[in-house]
Design a protein. Structure first.
Length: 182
């Protein structure tokens, strides 16, 4: 898939480690400037619909989370849509399906209490655990926790007292450290 640079219209390069596109045309004003995948797809008109709801659309047999950017024939699993993640964090939406969460919801958290992105419905948590190799790897050692929004912190403050997340500055949620999560 070729995503054009908004300045010079040449194909953008994809940095696999950062999951961001950048222009490599030496005479272009956008040379070296990184753009998140979701923003590049939106700007170029190549973004495919990824509506909220269940069942989730499938790509090569795997359910595509609501926060995953996608084009007609490709999904960027690791390059999550920061705009949708900000909506999920700010409005207590499920990152799996995009629908509103109940008072209690599931998060996947590392042993240190860092939450992986946003909250999930139980069905969406189960789907993620079955489908996502990142969650099942030893690298994250993430485990599910049933919590309320009041048990989430960012920068040492309750999420309810923090500024809203923004696509260019997403909060890193942390669990309230109690004996249950320690």
């Amino acid at each position: 898939m070729s995503v054009p640079c908004p300045e010079c219209k040449k194909a953008l390069e994809l940095d696999q480690t950062s999951s961001r596109f950048y222009c490599a045309t030496d005479w272009c004003a956008a040379l070296g400037m990184e753009t998140p995948v979701w923003r590049a797809l939106e700007t170029s008109g190549l973004a495919a619909p990824n509506p909220a709801g269940l069942p989730r659309p499938l790509h090569r047999g795997l359910p595509v989370p609501w926060v995953a950017p996608r084009a007609a024939d490709e999904v960027w699993w690791r390059a999550l849509d920061a705009r949708r993640l900000a909506d999920a964090q700010n409005h207590w939406l499920c990152q799996g399906c995009g629908f509103a969460l109940d008072e209690e919801a599931w998060v996947m958290a590392t042993p240190e209490g860092q939450v992986l992105q946003a909250a999930l419905h139980e069905t969406c948590k189960d789907m993620a655990l079955e489908s996502c190799p990142h969650l099942s790897s030893d690298a994250t050692r993430a485990t599910p926790h049933l919590i309320t929004r009041n048990q989430l912190f960012t920068d040492g403050r309750p999420v309810a007292h923090a500024a809203p997340s923004d696509p260019d500055f997403l909060h890193q949620w942390e669990l309230e450290m109690t004996e249950q999560h320690a």
